[in-house]
Design a protein around this ligand. Structure first.
Ligand code: F6R
Length: 624
């Protein structure tokens, strides 16, 4: 949800920032913009729409700047427009700000600034930040602001003698962030400071990167891969500045911090397309690896064993909270935990849990699942659960996230960077970590399970060898012009239908609805007519007969049923049959999801849509 980048060094800053923004486009693509300092001038270039509009505009321009900040936007305040696009600036265009997050009290701050005679050109909270910062910078002698502006207008460069000191800038920045509520990470360039980018962070993510001849900053590590080789995760309420050869970080009392830049184990290839056309295609293909890597890492690091066994020994209430695909992984976990461990599980959408007055106590164990570890809804639930004395476990894929820092324990997934907005390989990684968690709890409680981790691994390897492409391209062409598609399943298959429907709708823009197959006759069957498309999932052996009844009900209304199943004998009853490998019933989620993810991808392609950047969506949803 908005990505920011900054480069200060000895090379060309603008192409570097543009390149890094490409890796951050998953966070938003409503508009993109860059601010750079060049020969004393502060220039701002913005374009509405995808980053390529900005890149095309800048393509043949050589800009000899070595200090730039950039932004890719997911609109929160105000429509995608030139006015609302970042970077934003103050009245005399002395500062430019890019921002990721949301300043919740911006309306009050704006009103206070308006009372002082300051006007606004956009609807954004970021412009409020820029103007507030500038006001704080010149609070003691506002005439200096006007003087600078006039001097600049006459000489086209800044006045060096009366340059504002860095100390004063940092004080003003500290004052500004302490006036703002919400979550934000900002990067700022200031006229006259061609060798410095200022930054501050409160709750939104911010990384500093150390390069051979530069320092950089960005919303995540993958954006800086190929440039920086060491990283520092900026802590909450830290602020400071980067220069070509050093990074200076302060805490909120303005005490300098000792920062340690560390290497990470992400290779640049992991965030490159390679032989693939889209990240979604690549990430679906990486599904099996993400399961195997997750399970191997959990085994090696003994991450599960770090959660004390005694919390699972007596009585406890287990709550799973998440959003979207992560919640859908939780649905499978709830089913298996209740089925195998006989422990009741409460499962909630994070956006609902927060406001339902949840029943939590020090006997509650809350598991928060989040690929990004940044999702605002999930984070606010974790904060609430913490305040109520619960034990908190985070399951995240991105390292060193805010969710991880709030929780008591971490179950890391190892899907690697997931760039496409629609989550695919991370879902599989979450499933595998959840199954491993179940095995861990079963061992503590002495439950016998109907699966083990080796069979998860074997199932995934078996499934990976199947090539679905041909069948699914044909199927995508069949369904692409439909306005509505129904997904049905029973038991575990229903939860997989929910995830498959979400995937198809978000990248193809076809309305998709998942239903428990037995529920059709209680209302929704009224919508099924001649030629309707119904995608049926059937992996659970003991539900074959019941599901077959539902298939007949649908057939008799003339609908076209597409069945994904290992039971080939059912082929005769349906319009199209997609055969998947047979694995143990409880392991079916690992075998059936891949072809359904491919179907979503192929449908987007058949409709000539960009599967990596579905409209209106962003990967990290950092607003509630
Ligand atoms: C769907 C999708 C979203 C995310 C959801 C939670 O394909 O990607 O539904 O799963 O926004 O995000 P995380 O897991 O980062 O908390």
């Amino acid at each position: 949800m908005c990505g920011i980048v900054g480069y200060i060094g000895y090379s060309l800053a603008v192409p570097t920032v543009l390149n890094c923004l490409t890796a951050l486009e998953y966070r938003g693509y409503d508009s993109a913009g860059i601010a750079y300092l060049d020969g004393g001038k502060l220039e701002i270039v913005k374009r509405v729409g995808k980053l390529e509009n900005l890149s095309n505009y800048l393509k043949n321009k050589i800009i000899p700047s070595s200090c730039a900040i950039g932004h890719t936007r997911w609109a929160t305040h105000g429509e995608p427009s030139m006015e609302n696009a970042h970077p934003h600036t103050d009245k005399n265009k002395l500062v430019a700000v890019v921002h990721n997050g949301i300043i919740e009290n911006y309306v009050d701050l704006k009103k206070a600034l308006e009372k002082k005679g300051i006007s606004f050109y956009s609807e954004t909270d970021t412009e409020v930040f820029a103007k507030l910062f500038s006001e704080n910078l010149f609070a003691k002698n506002p005439e200096l602001n006007e003087y600078y502006a006039k001097y600049y207008a006459m000489h086209n460069t800044m006045h060096n003698t009366y340059k504002i000191s860095k100390k004063r800038i940092i004080k003003a920045l500290k004052h500004t962030i302490s006036m703002c509520e919400g979550a934000f990470a900002v990067a700022i360039v200031i006229k006259g400071y061609e060798d410095t980018i200022f930054f501050a962070k409160h709750k939104s993510p911010l990384i500093l990167g150390k390069c051979r001849d530069a320092f950089m900053l960005a919303s995540d590590i993958p954006a800086l891969l190929g440039y920086a080789d060491k990283f520092y995760t900026v802590g909450d309420d830290e602020l400071g500045y980067i220069e070509p050869e050093k990074a200076t970080v302060f805490d909120l009392t303005l005490k300098p911090k000792k920062v340690k830049f560390k290497s990470v184990s992400i290779e640049p290839e992991q965030v490159m397309l390679g032989k693939f056309h889209h990240f979604m295609e690549k990430e679906i293909a990486e599904g099996a690896d993400s399961v195997l890597n997750t399970l191997n890492r959990l085994e090696k690091t003994k991450a599960l064993e770090k959660i004390p066994a005694q919390i699972f020994e007596g009585d406890f209430n287990l709550h799973i909270t998440a959003c979207g695909t992560a919640l859908n992984a939780g649905l499978i976990a709830k089913y298996i935990i209740e089925n195998q461990l006989r422990i009741p599980v409460d499962l909630d959408y994070a956006s609902e849990f927060r406001y339902k007055k949840p029943l939590l106590s020090n006997k509650s164990i809350c598991l928060f699942i989040s690929q990004s570890g940044e999702t605002a809804d999930t984070i606010s639930c974790a904060e609430l659960a913490k305040s109520m004395g619960a034990t908190l476990i985070a399951m995240t894929n991105v390292p060193a996230t805010r969710l991880e820092s709030i929780c008591d324990y971490l179950i890391p997934t190892s899907a690697g960077p997931e760039i496409a907005v629609a989550s695919t390989k991370a879902y599989l990684a979450q499933l595998s970590a959840l199954y491993d968690f179940i095995v861990y709890v079963a061992k503590i409680r002495g439950n016998a399970l109907e699966f083990d981790i080796d069979s998860v691994k074997n199932g995934v390897i078996k499934n990976n060898s199947v090539n679905y492409k041909l069948d699914l391209t044909e199927l995508a062409n069949l369904i692409k012009d439909y306005s509505s598609i129904y997904f049905i399943g029973r038991g575990l298959d229903y939860f997989l239908a929910v995830e498959s429907a979400l995937k198809l709708k978000e990248v193809s823009y076809i309305h998709c609805e998942a239903l428990p197959a037995g529920e059709l006759k209680h209302g929704s069957l009224a919508l099924i007519k001649q030629d309707s498309i119904v995608i049926a999932l059937l992996t659970q052996s003991e539900l074959i007969e019941k599901m077959l009844n539902n298939i007949h009900e649908i057939n008799s209304r003339g609908a076209k049923i597409i069945l994904f199943s290992p039971f080939v004998e059912l082929k005769q009853f349906v319009y199209k049959f997609i055969s998947i490998p047979k694995v143990d019933d409880l392991l079916a989620p690992f075998s059936i999801i891949k072809p359904l993810q491919i179907l979503a991808y192929e449908t987007a392609i058949a409709k000539k849509l960009d599967p990596d950047k579905p409209r209106n969506l962003a990967k990290s949803v950092t607003v509630e």
